[in-house]
Design a protein around this ligand. Structure first.
Ligand code: TRP
Length: 445
C-alpha cells in the first residue's frame, strides 16, 4: 500500500503550522513575555527561532522525508544496528509525556468553552473567577470527563489519516483560527489604555536580559515549534518530494511567530488596560481573561471566541503528538490505524487522568518533588525536548554523510542550495553548543 502523503505546499503548511501553533503560543508565550520583561525577551526569542530552531526544523524534515518512516524506524534506516534509534524511542515517550498534561489543559479549555456558551446571556460573577477555576481543576470527575471528550475528538481526526484527517481538518480550522485571533487583537487594541500593553511588547529594556531570560526564550522556541521529539520527522515523512524543506520550515517558523505576536497583542493590551500584573503566570488565560471579558462590550461573545481559538490551537497540536505514536505503532506492529489510535487514546486518557487528579485528590503524590501534572510538563519540555534536539543535530551534522544531507536539502540537486553552508555550519557547531548550554543549566539548577 502506498504511504499516505500531504497534498502539496499548502497542505504541508497548514498541518505543520497547526502543530506548532498551540497552547504554547496562546498561553505559555504571553505569560513568559510578562514574566521575563517584555520586548527584550521577544527579541532574544526571535533570534533563537531564526538562528537555531529553523535549522533544527529542516534537519528533522530531512530525516523524515529521506526515510519515509516513523521516528524510530527513520533512525534504524539511516543508522542500522546503532543506538541512534533511541532518539526515536525517547521521542515516543516524550509524546506521551506531553500528551499527559496537554490534553488536561485541552479539557479545561472545553469546560470553559462550554461554560462561556451557557453564560452567553448572563453576567458572570467576577469575584469568584479564581475560585471557580480552582474548584474545576481540583474536582475528581469533571475535568477528566472533558479531557476524554477532547482526546476522542483529536483521536477521531488522526484515525482518518494524513490527507483525509490531519490535513483536511487543519485546512478547515487554521484559517478560521487566524481570522479569530486577528479580530480578538483588534478588540484588545482598541480598549482604552491599551498603549501601555503595546509599549511593553515593543520597547525593549535590555537591562532585563540575563541568563535565565535567555534560557527561557530558547526553551519556549523549542516547545513552540514542536521540535526535539520527532514530530517534524513524522510530518516530514509525509512531505512530497518536490516541496522545498527550507521553505516549509521558514514559513512555519514565521507563521508560528506571527501567531505568538498576535496572541501577545491580543492579551497584553487588555491586561494593561485593566491594570492587571503581566506577571500573573499560568492562570492568565483562565482567570484573568474571563475577568476582562466580563467587563468589555460584547465580552460574552469574545469569551466564546477565545475559547474556540484555544481549543482549535490545542487540537491541531495534539493530533501531531498522537501521530508520532500512531505512525510508530502502526508501522512497528502492522496493525490498522484505527485500532492503534484507539489503544493510544486509551493510554493517553489513563496518563491524563492521573495528571488531572494530581491537581486535587492526588496532590500529595510527588515524583521528584513535583505533582504528576508538573512532572510530565517538566520531563518533556525541560529534559526530553532539549536532549532530543541535541542528538538530532548531532546525528544530521556529524553522523549522516554530508552528501546525503545536501541531496535531501536540495531535493536531489534540483534546488540551488545557496543556504546550505550556513545551515550546515549551524547544525554542526552553533546549535549543539547552544542546546548543551541550556541543558546543562537546566539540570544544574
Ligand atoms: N508546539 C505546540 C504548542 O506550541 C505543542 C506541541 C505540539 C509540541 N507538538 C509538539 C511541543 C512536539 C514539543 C514537541 O503548543
Amino acid at each position: 500500500m502506498k504511504r499516505d502523503e500531504f497534498s502539496g505546499f499548502f497542505g504541508v503548511l497548514v498541518a505543520t503550522v497547526g502543530s506548532a501553533v498551540g497552547l504554547g503560543n496562546l498561553w505559555r508565550f504571553p505569560y513568559l513575555v510578562g514574566q521575563n520583561g517584555g520586548a527584550a525577551f521577544i527579541l532574544v526569542y526571535l533570534a533563537f527561532v531564526l538562528i537555531i530552531c529553523l535549522p533544527i526544523a529542516v534537519s528533522e524534515f530531512i530525516i523524515g522525508r529521506r526515510t519515509r518512516a516513523n521516528t524510530v524506524k527513520a533512525f534504524q534506516i539511516l543508522a542500522p544496528r546503532t543506538p541512534w534509534s533511541a532518539i526515536g524511542v525517547v521521542g515516543v515517550i516524550a509524546a506521551f509525556s506531553i500528551l499527559a498534561f496537554y490534553t488536561v489543559v485541552g479539557g479545561w479549555t472545553m469546560d470553559y468553552l462550554f461554560r462561556s456558551i451557557i453564560h452567553l446571556f448572563s453576567k458572570p460573577d467576577i469575584s469568584s473567577l479564581e475560585s471557580q477555576f480552582t474548584t474545576m481543576v481540583t474536582s475528581p470527575v469533571r475535568p477528566i470527563v472533558w479531557t476524554v471528550v477532547f482526546v476522542l475528538f483529536s483521536a477521531f481526526i488522526v484515525m482518518c489519516g494524513i490527507k483525509k484527517g490531519i490535513e483536511k481538518y487543519s485546512r478547515i480550522m487554521m484559517p478560521f483560527l487566524f481570522l479569530m485571533v486577528v479580530i480578538l487583537m483588534v478588540r484588545s487594541l482598541t480598549l482604552p489604555g491599551a498603549e501601555k500593553g503595546i509599549a511593553f511588547l515593543v520597547e525593549p529594556d535590555f537591562s532585563k536580559i540575563n541568563t535565565s531570560v535567555i534560557l527561557a526564550a530558547l526553551g519556549q522556541a523549542f516547545f513552540s515549534l514542536s521540535l526535539g521529539m520527532g514530530c517534524l520527522i513524522t510530518y516530514g515523512s509525509y512531505i512530497p518530494n518536490k516541496e522545498n524543506l527550507t521553505r516549509v520550515s521558514f514559513s512555519t517558523a514565521m507563521s508560528d511567530t506571527l501567531f505568538a505576536m498576535l496572541a501577545g497583542l491580543a492579551i497584553m493590551p487588555a491586561v494593561f488596560a485593566f491594570g492587571i500584573s503581566p506577571q500573573e503566570g499560568p492562570g492568565l488565560v483562565f482567570i484573568v481573561l474571563p475577568r476582562i471579558f466580563a467587563q468589555i462590550p460584547l465580552g460574552n461573545y469574545f469569551a466564546v471566541m477565545f475559547f474556540v481559538i484555544l481549543l482549535i490551537a490545542a487540537v491541531t497540536s495534539v493530533i501531531s503528538l498522537l501521530e508520532v505514536v500512531t505512525a510508530y505503532v502502526t508501522e512497528r506492529l502492522k496493525v490498522k490505524r484505527k485500532y492503534a489510535v484507539g489503544v493510544i487514546a486509551l493510554l493517553v486518557t489513563v496518563c491524563a487522568s492521573f495528571s488531572s487528579l494530581s491537581q486535587g485528590v492526588l496532590s500529595d503524590v510527588k515524583i521528584f518533588g513535583k505533582t504528576i501534572f508538573d512532572f510530565f510538563d517538566y520531563l518533556s519540555a525541560n529534559i526530553l525536548l532539549p536532549l532530543g534536539g541535541l542528538f538530532i543535530v548531532l546525528f544530521v551534522g556529524w553522523y549522516m554523510k554530508k552528501a546525503l544531507v545536501y541531496d535531501e536539502f536540495t531535493n536531489q540537486g534540483t534546488l540551488k542550495g545557496t543556504l546550505f553552508r550556513a545551515y550546515y555550519f549551524i547544525i554542526r557547531y552553533v546549535a549543539p553548543v547552544a542546546i548543551a548550554i541550556v541543558f546543562l543549566d537546566l539540570i544544574l539548577r
